[in-house]
Design a protein around this ligand. Structure first.
Ligand code: MG
Length: 158
């Protein structure tokens, strides 16, 4: 049995925080606001995997008013969400993500993010796909106010 889930996340750019995406710290003048490290790539992927397993969402598993997750490493949350999915009897087949941001340019950082996510999920090489694009200057992303990520994940019953 194959199941598919979708995830979406967005975060606002702020001064004075590191920009962490897919577990990789990216040199940039601003970072993302959030209770955890605000890694929108990890968050969208978590929601895609949880959704595919009908296992709720990131807010239910890691509430943003819980001091345990203050400044949390979202790759740790990703591992925990992966465990939830495995406990329900599913294995990750593949995931595909699109990061939408006007700045910074992310293309050169994608391989490191993909490698880290693949390793973290114990997935096969080629199981994780990550893409980046701009929003052609439109809307909150186009104005550089924030970033958005969409993710899709496929699980199979083990
Ligand atoms: Mg988030």
């Amino acid at each position: 049995m194959i199941r598919v889930g979708i995830g979406y996340d967005s975060h606002r750019f702020v001064e004075g925080r590191p920009l962490v995406l897919g577990g990789v710290t990216i040199p940039y003048e601003r970072g993302l606001q959030g209770h955890s490290d605000a890694d929108a790539v990890a968050h969208a992927l978590i929601d895609a995997m949880l959704g595919a397993a009908a296992a709720g969402d990131i807010g239910q598993h890691f509430p943003d008013n819980d001091p345990r997750w203050k400044d949390a490493d979202s790759m740790e949350l990703l591992s925990a969400a992966h465990s939830v999915v495995e406990e329900r009897g599913y294995a990750l087949v593949q995931a595909d993500l699109t990061i939408i941001t006007e700045q910074p340019r992310l293309t050169s950082h994608l391989p490191a993010m993909i490698a880290g996510l693949t390793r973290r999920l114990g997935a096969r090489p080629g199981a994780v796909s990550l893409k980046a694009k701009s929003n052609e200057g439109m809307g909150f992303i186009g104005r550089g106010e924030g970033i958005a990520v969409i993710a899709i994940a496929t699980l199979e019953a083990r």
